[in-house]
Design a protein around this ligand. Structure first.
Ligand code: ATP
Ligand code: ZN
Length: 283
């Protein structure tokens, strides 16, 4: 049995539960309880505030956890980072009022910066030889310059809309973040084996995101051309059809290249094109 800590409610909560579900691990609906036994894997879920996950994992209260890289960096706990999970993407940036005459990071010397991430900020300031005041504030960091609490802010940015709405502009990107799977260092062999199984399942789900399974019929003499158009994982599968001179091609195509490939394939005579969703890719 392993215990996995995930965010109880918040931005990473639903996507953590979906990733588990797509990996064949069902989290019971009573998910607001602190601890729940999952179905489909020897695992229990510990629901925590994201801020408490790094310490829970570092101390072994949980064996593994799903949490933003920014939170792990801020807390400074020693954990093993096993894999990025492809959701919760954001960046931590310094932003200044639009009216500021910002020309470079030296502008920050002697200024006051409001943030909920003091450790990451202090680390960056020290690394850049900047001496600035760090003002810890838990919520609504973005209003600090307008109300005179600080000259600049250091906060999470995803689309940038909040900054624009508050008359701020992003001037320094300090770190990129997404949700990571983390584990307690030094787990015993039994737990380690379960975590490896979990990583394997997560990888197969993540690899299947952003790709489609495409099959089509094509005249036999066009197969070479079609193979050039279709990238495939290794190379496309080509199967004969009962009708002489025709065959069927199957391939896995990245979503961003899908329509362009299909247009080219139609041009060379492909028919009966089917595009299917993929659930898992086992490599
Ligand atoms: P908790 O109640 O668990 O303490 P929280 O309010 O601290 O939650 P959320 O706002 O739910 O945290 O964000 C969780 C994580 O989602 C962040 O630490 C970050 O890694 C990620 N994230 C991605 N995009 C954003 C965004 N636009 N704003 C805030 N967090 C984001
Ligand atoms: Zn939090």
């Amino acid at each position: 049995m392993i215990r996995l800590a995930i965010q109880s409610k918040g931005r990473l909560s639903e996507q953590s539960i979906s990733l588990l579900k797509e990996s064949g691990i069902n989290v019971p609906d009573s998910k607001r309880h602190l601890l729940a036994q999952a179905k489909g894997f020897d695992l229990e879920i510990l629901f925590l505030r994201d801020d408490d996950i790094p310490q829970a994992v570092a101390s072994g209260v949980a064996d593994a956890g799903i949490v933003g890289r920014n939170v792990v960096a801020e807390k400074g706990e020693t954990v093993d980072t096993l894999m990025p999970l492809g959701f919760g993407a954001c960046r931590l940036s310094i932003a200044v009022p639009n009216t500021a005459d910002y020309t470079g990071s030296g502008w920050l010397n002697g200024k006051k910066i409001a943030t909920s991430y003091p450790a990451i900020l202090k680390n960056w300031l020290a690394g850049n030889n900047i001496s600035a005041g760090v003002h810890l504030i838990e919520g609504s960091v973005e209003i600090s310059p307008a109300i005179g609490i600080a000259d600049a802010i250091f906060d999470i940015v995803s689309s940038g809309g909040t900054l624009v709405a508050n008359g701020l502009r992003e001037v320094e990107t300090v770190m990129e973040s997404e949700a990571d799977l983390i584990a307690c260092p030094g787990l015993d062999a039994g737990k380690r084996a379960l975590i490896d199984k979990l990583v394997f399942r997560f990888n197969s789900v993540i690899h299947s995101r952003g790709v489609k399974y495409v099959l089509m019929n094509i005249p036999h003499n066009k197969v070479d051309e079609a193979i050039k158009i279709l990238p495939g994982m290794r190379s496309p599968t080509v199967l004969p059809l009962a009708q002489p001179g025709w065959c069927s091609i199957h391939s896995v195509v990245p979503e961003d290249a899908l329509w362009q490939s299909i247009e080219q394939l139609k041009k060379i005579g492909a028919e009966g094109i089917l595009v299917l969703a993929l659930e898992n890719i086992i490599r």
